[in-house]
Design a protein around this ligand. Structure first.
Ligand SMILES: [Zn+2]
Ligand SMILES: [Zn+2]
Length: 267
């Protein structure tokens, strides 16, 4: 019985299906829990609609998202446990904003993801003007550390997502990467094993096995997510993911309720 704590739906503008479709898929996959975690509005880019097309839900949709999550949770009670969450961008300097915002919401958990370094999206094919791959990787890891320390998040999303467009210059364990894992461990946040890397043709999940093993070594708790943007991707590659978690030494994954985590045995 596994959990899928990373799912999206149509509100973000680049996923298909309703919340209910994802929960139905989770029930069919016999998951014990499913977390709803669509992209929250991107606050640091402001209200400029041109900055956001198809990137995240718009500001005015957040309250309907919250309401609908409650309705869906109640509707599926007894079939699959639904957890209410959100995937929130973390940007340097926005700690207090996100800490206060998410504390004020009735959520079970919040995923903090580094998708942006300032105005630059990590999914851009080109590096920011005037920056080397090392500069970007350095900033990405420092931003990840700040996200963990911010206290705004329960889970840090897709740890090595910067590799998606080939922007990680060295995939080996560097001193700064090891420091980052220590910061994760000290701050008490969990990471996720995010299976979408396999579906994107990267040949590996987020994080890659070597990095996952280092996280396990330092005692960083882990949860599991598909990052489904289509209902049919709920629980995608989960047997493979569970085997990987066990191989690197994890014996449990985290579940979340009311911003508190509790371990759930892998078998
Ligand atoms: Zn997305
Ligand atoms: Zn993400």
């Amino acid at each position: 019985m596994l959990v899928d704590y990373h799912t999206h739906h149509h509100r973000c503008g680049h996923a298909s299906g309703n919340l209910e479709d994802y929960v139905e898929a989770a029930a069919r996959a016999r998951l014990s829990e499913v977390g709803l975690s669509d992209h929250s509005p991107i606050y640091h880019l402001g209200e400029d609609p041109h900055a956001l097309p198809g990137t995240a839900m718009s500001h005015h949709e957040f309250s309907s998202y919250l309401k609908e999550m409650h309705v869906v949770r109640d509707r599926f009670r007894g079939r699959v446990q639904v957890r209410l969450g959100v995937e929130s961008d973390y940007v340097l300097g926005w700690d207090e904003h996100y800490r206060a915002l998410w504390r004020s919401m009735p959520l079970d958990y919040v995923i903090g993801s580094v998708h942006w370094l300032g105005q630059w999206s990590i999914f851009s094919p080109e590096l920011p003007v005037g920056q080397s791959p090392d500069d970007v990787y350095d900033e990405y890891l420092h931003t990840t550390q700040a996200a963990a320390r911010s206290g705004a998040y329960d889970v840090i999303g897709h740890l090595d997502c910067l590799k998606t467009r080939g922007h990680i210059p060295d995939l080996r364990l560097t001193p700064l990467l090891e420091d980052t894992v220590r910061v994760l461990a000290d701050s008490g946040v969990a990471i996720e094993l995010n299976t979408s890397g396999w579906r994107k043709g990267l040949g590996e999940p987020y994080p890659r096995e070597e990095l996952l093993a280092v996280c396990c070594h330092y005692g960083v708790p882990v949860t599991l997510g598909s990052d489904a943007h289509r209902p049919e991707d709920v629980a995608a590659d989960f047997p493979r993911a569970a085997a990987l978690l066990e191989r690197v030494g994890y014996t449990s994954i985290m579940r979340f309720e009311n911003r508190k985590k509790a371990p759930f045995p892998l078998r």
